[in-house]
Design a protein. Structure first.
Lengths: 331, 325
């Protein structure tokens, strides 16, 4: 290393120390998302900003990798540890891969919570589910069943075959099928990897393989748009109903054109808001995250932790012709 | 017949026929003409991109930034369409070509003027163009709802039985066929790749030829930016993430030599079609997603192995002929 480089590095370090000292009074909470440039997470950030403003003493850092991979997220977490943040609230790209990095953060006294997409229990203090896994599983089937009084064949178009969230919801959906929706026949589960092109191929494959298909359920915001576009292109509006979890702004067109009757999603604004509140509860109020504990999430209410220190925020919210216009303007 | 199979394209066509035949045993409707026409339409964008990539690879370069260029250009036209729905589609396509050309020219200039290896240049610009997309859009998405019906409908309009998207692909293929086999530029692209030293003696400016090749791949990426966004009706930073590898795979399967100088329009098109058929067919024949990835990967490796062997044999034959004389 040349003398100039050494000087530069020293200067950079001292500058960083000065900056750190200046903000010492504020609680630095980092909202780490799966990837930047995703409308869902941008909406979560809006809620987080709202919470930060309400709490007053929070300095919010909104960050995440540009590519939705665990490796990239580990780098982001390591950078946050180096910056000495007070709390990390993360939506994880992989439940296990992030554990070592987050453990290191906790060893340094950083409060770690996961939200949206969880981390294994040893890698965080608590996890905030957007909703209850069972409730979501039931909702996605119900969204299809509500418009199929006669019953019929349905298929699921999921994200990656390894996605923590989607797999849990699909398992829950399969559990409620036989007793609550006996007329609904789930014929296939395919994986579009949250990639428009792959999801399109898979949706087309479903329509070819199952000519009697009545509904495609896509519990992922990328897949649901791809499936709805395929149904529109193939002239199957009215024959195949596309439903699942979708962002209202992205999906409005397909509620309007009839490719879909209704979709659902939790409110990402509330989710980001609640995540910041929980991180603040633990980091500042020194509340303990243990099974049975009840924690405040501001205007959204309270949550109670279960055996694995997980909590559910609220049931998914349904969007149809009556309210899509209004919500598409929000997120 | 024996002569015919000297050509790689014939082998590929045979491989495609075998694959289609195999798929038909499990899903008979697959080989129906209307379904094959649909597969062609689904693969159009990949075919067009593969042709752009081929031109660069022929000059001993590689363009890793095509998907990022596509993403940026797509975002530009999507945002323009969202803000000014009145702009006619032909003008938007011209804008897409122009934006793509500028991004391609940046690659070309760096390779030509600064003499940096193209893999390094485009690895850098790949990140820069993705980053620029993020900066341009502020991370926001452009949704189906914000795009005008004409913007989405253009490539879906059916003319003489097939969608405009397929016609665009056919047009681009024809254009490249003429360019590569009937023009001085096409010949100099081959010459610059086969033997740059000899090309210089023949009066060809190798650097400039590479620059032009990058301009072509840039324009192609720009065109596909519009096609991609209007096809999948969403413009985001994630668009076509990692797709550069599919493009290169299509070229490699199609017999375009990574070492430059070898490759044909027909090969690149068939290589893309092969990949398109696989990704179209795997979902309908009910194979677990884990196997799907393995199958696609094996097809690529198999193609490369066959390709490498083919090239080696070719080399020997030429030497024997030289000795015989």
């Amino acid at each position: 290393m040349s003398i100039w480089k050494k000087l530069l590095v020293t200067a950079a370090f001292s500058a960083a120390m000065v900056v750190n000292a200046a903000y010492a009074d504020n609680v630095k909470i980092a909202l780490v998302v799966k990837s930047l440039g995703n409308g869902f997470f941008d909406a979560a950030n809006k809620g987080a900003e709202e919470a930060a403003k309400e709490l007053g003493d929070v300095e919010l850092i909104y960050t995440g990798p540009t590519k939705a991979t665990a490796e990239a997220q580990i780098e982001v977490v390591n950078a946050l540890i180096a910056q000495k943040v007070n709390a990390i609230a993360i939506s994880a790209n992989d439940a296990d891969a992030l554990v070592p990095a987050l453990k290191k953060a906790m060893e340094r006294g950083i409060t770690v919570i996961s939200w949206d997409s969880g981390v294994a229990p040893e890698g965080r203090q608590l996890h905030l589910n957007p909703s209850d896994t069972n409730l979501i599983g039931e909702t996605i089937i119900k969204l299809a069943a509500d418009y199929l009084p006669e019953g019929g064949d349905v298929a699921i178009l999921s994200a990656a075959s390894t996605a923590t969230n989607q797999n849990a919801w699909i398992d829950a959906a399969k559990k409620v099928l036989p007793e609550k929706f006996p007329k609904i026949n789930l014929v296939a589960t395919v994986y579009g990897d949250d990639d428009s092109a792959k999801s399109t191929d898979e949706a087309k494959g479903l329509l070819k393989s199952y000519p009697n298909l009545k509904a495609i359920i896509a519990p992922t915001t990328v897949g649901v748009v791809a499936a709805a576009q395929v149904v529109t292109d193939e002239g199957l509006i009215g024959k195949v109903n596309v439903t699942g979890l979708a962002l209202p702004s992205e999906f409005k067109k397909f509620i309007d054109n009839g490719a879909s009757q209704a979709v659902a999603l939790w409110n990402p604004i509330d989710l980001g808001y609640s995540a910041i509140y929980l991180a603040h509860d633990l980091a500042v109020k020194k509340e303990e995250a243990k099974p049975g504990a009840t924690l405040s999430i501001g205007r959204v209410g309270t949550v109670t932790l279960d055996d694995t220190n997980s909590a559910a925020m609220a049931p998914p919210f349904q969007f149809d012709k009556s309210n899509i216009e209004e919500f598409s303007k929000i997120y | 017949m024996k002569n015919l199979f000297k050509y790689r394209e014939a082998w590929l066509l045979l491989a495609i026929a075998v694959v289609v035949g195999l798929i038909s045993t499990r899903f008979p409707a697959f080989a129906r003409p209307d379904n094959l026409a649909q597969v062609f339409n689904d693969t159009s964008i990949l075919m067009i991109l593969a042709l752009g990539q081929m031109v660069v690879i022929l000059t001993r370069g590689i363009d890793l930034s095509m998907a990022a260029n596509l993403c940026f250009t797509g975002m530009v036209v999507a945002m323009l369409n969202a803000a000014y729905p009145g702009i006619p589609i032909p003008l938007l396509i011209v804008i897409a070509l122009a934006v793509g050309l500028v991004l391609g020219a940046i690659n070309g200039l760096l390779v030509w003027r600064l003499d940096i290896p193209s893999i390094v240049v485009t690895l850098g610009t790949l990140t820069i163009y993705r980053g620029a997309t993020f900066v341009l859009s502020g991370g926001a998405w452009v949704n189906a709802d914000q795009m005008s019906p004409a913007f989405i409908g253009f490539q879906r309009a059916v003319v003489a039985g097939i969608p405009v998207l397929s016609w665009v692909a056919i047009g681009v293929i024809a254009l490249f066929f003429v360019l590569m086999t009937r023009t001085a530029l096409g010949r100099s692209i081959y010459a610059a790749g086969v033997n740059p030293t000899a090309a210089v003696y023949a009066g060809i400016n190798v650097g400039r030829t590479q620059f032009v090749a990058f301009c072509i791949s840039g324009m192609i990426s720009g065109l596909c930016g519009y096609l991609w966004i209007s096809r999948y009706v969403i413009a985001s930073v994630e668009v076509a993430n990692g797709y550069e590898l599919n493009i290169i795979a299509a070229c490699v399967i199609g017999g375009v030599s990574i070492a430059g100088g070898i490759g044909s329009v027909g090969g690149a098109v068939l290589g893309a079609l092969f990949l398109g058929i696989i990704s179209n067919a795997l979902p309908v024949i009910n194979i677990s997603p884990f196997w799907q990835m393995a199958i696609s990967g094996s097809a690529i490796i198999l193609a490369v192995v066959l390709n490498a062997r083919g090239e080696r044999r070719q080399g020997r034959i030429i030497l024997k002929k030289a000795e015989a004389r």
